[in-house]
Ligand binder design. Structure first.
Ligand SMILES: [Zn+2]
Length: 232
């Protein structure tokens, strides 16, 4: 699958541009938006790890991103052990153009999995959505300080089904890696099946994987939070 696999924040984006553009589609699809014109209107932080909607070699970022969200949730769960439902809070206020798509993505996931729930907040949350223009498209990332965020690119969201893009990126929050070679029926195939793919729902394998991750992963994260607390 062609395209723009990784990017870093505006401050050090040049370094990975060559890597990203080596895969082709970026320049063809977004020819007017050169790297130098990349803007990030929301001022998202410099990225340390990445997973995008289209690309080829960015799965290394997925684990860091998921771990950041997991740790954030685990801290809250540890502070309030009585909480029965694992809730991941997101702040959509920095992506006002995509408010309905983000809300749809949350509803899609909430109706698809049982071990974790997404809920909007006006506070800092466990992660946030941002919007802007970037030649390498939409992505999920961490800021290098253990905070996860999702960036939604204007052009890519016009080219591809916007709710699918939002649901796909949110899938990274829930721990799923990219699988660009998969069919349209997979949410995490992202832009792989092309712009005509409008499936917005995870398939049964993806649902099962998220449920499994939050059943087992959170327990481990809680144990780590507990260990850290004891160690002072
Ligand atoms: Zn992705």
């Amino acid at each position: 699958m062609a395209s723009f696999p990784t990017r870093t924040g505006p401050k050090n984006s040049r370094r990975l541009v060559a890597l990203a553009l080596g895969l082709g589609l970026a320049s063809a699809a977004l020819g007017t938006a050169g790297p130098a014109s990349a803007t990030n209107t929301a001022g998202t932080p410099t990225r340390a790890a990445t997973a995008g909607y289209v690309g080829a070699a960015e799965n290394t970022g997925n684990k860091a991103f998921f771990d950041a969200v997991l740790k954030s949730v685990a801290k809250r769960q540890a502070a309030q052990p009585s909480l029965k439902v694992v809730t991941v809070y997101y702040n959509p206020s920095q992506a006002p153009s995509f408010r309905s798509q983000i809300s749809s993505a949350a509803s899609i996931w909430n109706s698809s999995v049982s071990n974790v729930k997404l809920q909007a907040t006006t506070g800092s949350g466990d992660f946030a959505y941002y919007e802007g223009s970037d030649p390498r498209g939409s992505y999920a990332s961490t800021n290098g300080h253990g905070r996860g965020y999702i960036f939604l690119d204007y052009a890519q969201n016009q080219q591809y089904d916007s709710i699918r893009v939002a649901a796909h990126e949110t899938g990274h929050v829930l721990g799923l890696p990219d699988h660009y070679s998969g069919p349209c029926s997979e949410l995490m195939s992202g832009g792989g099946p092309g712009t005509s793919c409008t499936n917005r729902y995870p398939n049964s394998t993806e649902r099962a994987r998220v449920n499994q991750l939050w059943a087992n992963g959170l327990a481990k994260a809680l144990a780590q939070v507990g260990t850290a607390a004891k160690a002072g």
